[in-house]
Design a protein around this ligand. Structure first.
Ligand SMILES: NC(=O)c1ccc[n+]([C@@H]2O[C@H](COP(=O)([O-])OP(=O)(O)OC[C@H]3O[C@@H](n4cnc5c(N)ncnc54)[C@H](OP(=O)(O)O)[C@@H]3O)[C@@H](O)[C@H]2O)c1
Length: 289
């Protein structure tokens, strides 16, 4: 996990007394969002399906609790929770409240992804991405809703930039993340009068993640295509998360904060070497239903 010193930028103990529930918190990006909040004083609960993975990330995150808050801040994890199941999430929310006392912030980061052209994407595969990323995000907010009302909390969805243009091999994720943005916008309007803020962070290509390594084998050539000349770091998303949960963003709701070094403004360079020859070959193979 990237070791980034958030205290060089943000006020010490900025989130002291705050608690955050993070789905996908055992994954590469969301564990860094957890780390950012913990280093600035928050308590955190992370959620995933793979219990040993969740437990191991919890052990790592406990090591970065600020020494002055060792007796106060907590990091807990809940494995065996599938965001497609509202009952799994209700149980996790109850257990989080028991362990941390309350939930102020919610990050909906759990997601599934794979590269697949339309012809090789089965209906079930498409549906499973929608179920995890979109319905799972809805379920997470649903389960935490009472806590969000009680604590005038804030929600952060984790989106992407794939739906800003037509990205081949990613129709399932693009369609799903477009839905996440729409959900975020609508909930921002509905929850505003309750004092609950709802925003999205949209990461561009983040180095060191499984998804990125699958899509981009040659990083050096790729980096020159990004206006700010480097791939993203997980701490770039950590910093965006801190900003959007902080008092500095108290009048910001219903926004999508793109954190991508300006990449999406360049148009779609993803998979350009596979377009159109390899894509066309795949589209003309025997269809998968
Ligand atoms: N990587 C990038 O460059 C990039 C770019 C744009 C957007 N994003 C977004 O950023 C977020 C994190 O991406 P990442 O690359 O860090 O992903 P990752 O490492 O693959 O992590 C995904 C996390 O989601 C959890 N998860 C998946 N399915 C789940 C389910 N059904 N129920 C509960 N948890 C589930 C996984 O844990 P289990 O498998 O144990 O359940 C894991 O903790 C995602 O929303 C992704 O779409 C990433």
């Amino acid at each position: 996990m990237e070791n980034y010193n958030y205290n060089n930028i943000w006020k010490e103990n900025l989130f002291r007394g705050k608690s955050c529930l993070i789905t996908g918190g055992s994954g590469t990006i969301c564990r860094q969002q957890a780390a950012a909040l913990i280093k600035l004083g928050a308590s955190v609960a992370i959620v995933g399906r793979d219990t040993p993975r969740v437990d191991s990330v919890v052990q790592d995150l406990r090591k970065i609790i600020p020494s002055s808050l060792r007796d106060e801040s907590k990091v807990v994890g809940f494995g065996n929770c599938d965001v497609r199941s509202i009952s799994d999430l209700q149980k996790v929310v109850d257990e989080t409240v028991t362990a941390l006392g309350k939930i102020d912030f919610v990050i909906c980061g759990a997601a599934g992804n794979f590269l697949s052209d339309f012809n090789h994407t089965s209906t079930n595969a498409f549906k499973s991405v929608v179920d995890i990323d979109l319905i799972g995000s809805f379920n997470t907010v649903k389960a935490a809703y009472t806590q969000l009302i009680q604590n005038r909390g804030a929600v952060l969805f984790v989106s992407a930039t794939l739906h800003y243009y037509g990205v081949p091999f990613q129709a399932h994720v693009g369609a799903t993340k477009a839905g996440v943005d729409a959900l975020s916008n609508a909930l921002a309007v509905e929850f505003g009068p309750l004092g609950i803020r709802v925003n999205c962070v949209a990461p561009g290509p983040i180095g060191g993640t499984e998804g990125f390594e699958r899509i981009v084998p040659d990083v050096s050539n790729f980096e020159s295509k990004i206006p700010l000349q480097r791939v993203g770091r997980t701490s770039d998303i950590g910093n965006a998360t801190v900003f959007l949960f902080s008092e500095a963003a108290q009048w910001i709701t219903g926004t999508v904060l793109v954190v991508d070094g300006g990449f999406w403004q360049m148009g779609n360079f993803n998979n350009s070497d596979q377009y159109p020859k390899i894509l066309k070959q795949k589209l003309l193979e025997k269809p998968k239903l």
